[in-house]
Each structure stands twice: as structure tokens, then as C-alpha cells.
Design a binder for this molecule. Structure first.
Ligand SMILES: N[C@@H](CCSC[C@H]1O[C@@H](n2cnc3c(=O)[nH]cnc32)[C@H](O)[C@@H]1O)C(=O)O
Ligand SMILES: [Zn+2]
Length: 432
């Protein structure tokens, strides 16, 4: 057995307590073996965690990783106009090589910020699979379907591709990849395609991931056309399974919150995207009180504009309080849970907790920083004060992806250069 020991740190446990402990990892199995104050020190490799907090690796529950190429390409617009006028035309001009370059950039950024797993919805999924294989992270991938504006044949093909991709890549990257069927949203995919493909996804045992109730503009057309709220419409079409997860859930009423809670469908909260696109304030405190599993996601880099999960945690706490008009709403502990176990549970992953037997997906946060002193409460620091740049080491599936801020699975300067070149060329050939 090859082992790794993370020594000298403070460790965040699943009950949100922090204790002085070392963490011993079985690198072959990719799991945590033991947590204790003074482990033997005979491991094959050691990572220093003195003056640091060892936390579960962060789980980005909703993103479009290759959208890093469109970071800063189109800002300051509402969702509809932003997608139709800027984003979709640029995505139409993207090549598989662009997707690979954007995915590598996004993964570099995520690993540097302590993220060890993410859920993605995009196209050219084989390129994203390759980037995940190379970089060593864990991922839940889906091919996003849009049928509006397409003829029947192209729309059908897009939906069929989503199911085929889910079946093909489940278990890839030595089991680090799992997959979802991914209709983009309830308004951008026609009802007939949902009716045809959702039962097929169920038969194949593939969970479903989609955008829901993100903006007011998305709710009204469903109410007008079908006479029910979007999540009732989703439930009627079999889209509210216990393994399914929806991104956003901003404009959900009490009845929809109950539906989510009863069905066991999770919500991935994307506070930065919701603020930037002025989509609204999700009722996170209400969702938590109703017993809905809530995770956290950055959404794509074009609506955020970074992939930092620590930023997202702080945004979630701030926006949750504002939405509830209550400073005690969405407290630090609940945000830290969303950042780790909440997202992991939503995505069907066992990571997100530091305990024996759990996946060794870890981030080590340097506490010797001006903005992290004094150390009254490290859970508070994780929710409110820590930044992506404070992460020292990142470990996933027992492997060291970053040690002392040096990413081992990607050549940083090459990734930055290639992404910059590809993004410029993409922008030059896109008409808008
Ligand atoms: N196969 C589809 C692509 C869908 S991928 C998922 C889509 O979600 C888009 N997206 C990114 N952020 C958001 C958001 O906040 N709300 C809705 N869609 C988003 C993203 O740009 C991408 O086009 C096609 O042929 O157009
Ligand atoms: Zn999204």
C-alpha cells in the first residue's frame, strides 16, 4: 500500500468541529485511512499542514468549465440577452481544441482554489473527459441539450447525444467520472424531447441535471403555457428524482420547495451568477429548513467571473442573509456544509467529509495570512475570509494534484498561454 500523510494541521470534521490531527491516506484505494493527533509518520509521502486547515476538497456543483474562454467576453446583461446575443454565437464557433484549452484553464483554476470535484454541463464532452483524466479531479459530466431554435432532426440528435454521452463515459478516468442526462433548462428544451428521453435516462439509471427557475422570465412562459409552476411541470415529466439536481432554484414558491423536499431533488445554489445576471435571490434558508439538499456552484466563468468556491461560499452567506432579511440566516456552518458535503451529496459523490473510509479529496488552507489572523473560528474563516490563493495543497482520490501551490498535473504557463491564444482567435472569428 502506498500512503500519504498530511501532518501538523487542524482538521475540519463532518460535525463542523476542528481538531489538531494528521490525516493518513491510502493512495492506492484513494481513501482516508486514519485521522489522529500523532500518527506514525512512516508514510511514503508527507505534506506539511502546519498553521493550516485541512478541509474536504470543495465540490463545485454546477459549472460550464470551458466557459473560462469567455471570461470577460460579455458582461452586464440579463440572462436571455447575454445567452442569445453573445454567448451562444461564440459557443457556436468553438472547436474541440477550444473546449480542451478552456477546460484545462478551468481545472487549473479550480485545483489552485482547492476544488476537487465539479459537475459540468457543456458540449464536446470527450474533450472535458480528457482534461479530467489528465488533471486528476473528480467530475459529474453531461452534454447540455438545447432544442429551441433547432429543427426537429438537430434537436433530436442533441438529446440523443446527451444520453449516449452519459452512457459512454460513466466510470471513466478510473471511476472518477460519473455522468448525467443534461437538458439545459425547462424553457430551452421542448416538452416532447423530455417526454421521449427522460424515461430512457431513467431506464439507463442516469441522473438528470438542469437549470431551473433561474429567472422570472423563465417561470412565466411555463405558467402561461402549461398552467403550473416550473417544478410542478418538471415533476409531471419525471424530472424530480432523488438523484437529480437542479441549478439555481431562485424563483421557487413554497409549494415547489415542498416538492423538492419530498422528491429528494437537490438544488445547486449559484449566488455570484444570480447576482451578476440580476436573476434574483434564492430562498436558501427556506430550502435548508424544508430539508432540501443544497450545494454550491460557480456556474460558468462568463457569469461569475471566476471559479473560486471560497468566493462562492462567502457570496452564499451574504446573499442568503439579504434574501431572508435576517443576519442569522445561512450561517457559516451551513455554508461550509454546502461547499463540501452538500454539493457532494447532490452530485451522488461520497466525498465532502474527512472520516475514515471516505474518498481522500482534500484541500489544505494556509492560515498564516493577514486576513486569517486571529483564529477564533476556522469555520467562520472558511465561509467569510479565506480565498482561493490561500490553498496550499490539493489532493483528489489520494493523489497530490497541487503541492505548495504547484500544480503537478498541468503545466501552468502552457495552459495560460494556450487559453489566451485560443480565446483571442475565437473572439476574432465570432460575429456579434
Ligand atoms: N448543446 C447546446 C449547448 C448547451 S451547454 C449548456 C449551456 O448553458 C449555458 N449557460 C451558462 N450559464 C448559464 C446560466 O446561468 N443559465 C443558463 N444557461 C447558462 C452555456 O453557455 C451553454 O450554452 C447547444 O447546442 O447550444
Ligand atoms: Zn449554468
Amino acid at each position: 500500500m502506498t500512503t500519504l500523510e498530511i501532518t501538523g494541521g487542524a482538521v475540519l470534521r463532518p460535525d463542523a468541529t476542528v481538531e489538531r490531527a494528521d490525516v493518513l491516506v491510502d493512495q492506492d484505494a484513494g481513501t482516508i485511512l486514519e485521522i489522529g493527533p500523532d500518527l506514525e509518520g512512516t508514510a511514503d509521502e508527507t505534506l506539511d499542514a502546519a498553521d493550516s486547515l485541512v478541509t474536504p476538497g470543495f465540490v463545485n456543483g454546477h459549472t460550464h468549465v470551458a466557459m473560462t474562454l469567455l471570461r470577460g467576453y460579455a458582461d452586464d446583461k440579463p440572462l436571455e440577452a447575454w445567452l442569445r446575443e453573445d454567448i451562444w454565437p461564440a459557443e457556436g464557433a468553438m472547436t474541440p481544441e477550444d473546449i480542451r484549452a478552456g477546460a484545462e484553464l478551468g481545472l487549473l483554476e479550480m485545483i489552485k482554489g482547492g476544488t476537487t470535484a465539479f459537475a459540468d454541463m457543456y458540449f464536446e464532452v470527450p474533450e472535458i473527459v480528457a482534461a479530467v483524466e489528465q488533471t486528476g479531479v473528480r467530475a459529474v459530466l453531461g452534454h447540455g441539450i438545447v432544442t429551441v431554435g433547432k429543427d426537429e432532426g438537430a434537436a433530436h440528435e442533441d438529446a440523443a447525444e446527451s444520453l449516449a454521452v452519459a452512457e459512454e463515459f460513466d466510470g471513466a478516468a478510473a471511476g472518477r467520472i460519473s455522468t448525467v442526462f443534461a437538458p439545459h433548462s425547462l424553457t430551452t428544451v421542448g416538452a416532447s424531447y423530455l417526454e421521449e428521453f427522460v424515461p430512457k435516462a431513467r431506464d439507463a439509471g442516469v441522473p438528470i441535471h438542469y437549470h431551473a427557475n433561474e429567472t422570472e422570465d423563465e417561470v412565466a412562459p411555463i405558467v402561461d403555457e402549461h398552467g403550473v409552476r416550473p417544478l410542478e411541470y418538471a415533476a409531471e415529466r419525471g424530472l424530480l428524482g432523488a438523484e437529480d439536481f437542479v441549478a439555481h432554484g431562485v424563483h421557487v414558491d413554497e409549494q415547489e420547495i415542498e416538492l423538492l423536499a419530498e422528491a429528494g431533488t437537490s438544488v445547486i445554489h449559484c449566488p455570484a451568477s444570480n447576482m451578476k445576471l440580476a436573476s434574483g435571490m434564492a430562498p436558501i434558508q427556506r430550502l435548508l429548513e424544508a430539508g432540501v439538499t443544497v450545494g454550491l456552484g460557480t456556474d460558468g466563468a462568463a457569469s461569475n467571473n471566476d471559479l473560486s468556491m471560497l468566493d462562492e461560499a462567502r457570496d452564499a452567506a451574504m446573499l442568503g442573509k439579504l434574501a431572508a432579511s435576517d443576519a442569522s440566516a445561512v450561517p457559516a456552518e451551513s455554508v461550509v456544509k454546502m461547499l463540501t458535503a452538500g454539493s457532494a451529496d447532490a452530485l451522488g459523490l461520497e466525498s465532502g467529509r474527512i472520516e475514515p473510509g471516505a474518498p481522500a479529496d482534500l484541500a489544505v488552507v494556509d492560515l498564516e495570512k493577514p486576513h486569517l489572523v486571529p483564529a477564533h473560528d476556522l469555520v467562520s474563516h472558511l465561509a467569510y475570509a479565506a480565498e482561493a490563493g490561500d490553498v496550499r495543497h490539493t489532493i483528489c482520490d489520494g493523489a497530490i494534484l497541487m503541492a505548495d501551490r504547484e500544480v503537478r498535473t498541468l503545466e501552468e504557463s502552457r495552459v495560460l498561454e494556450r487559453a489566451g491564444e485560443r480565446a483571442t482567435a475565437l473572439s476574432d472569428r465570432t460575429e456579434r
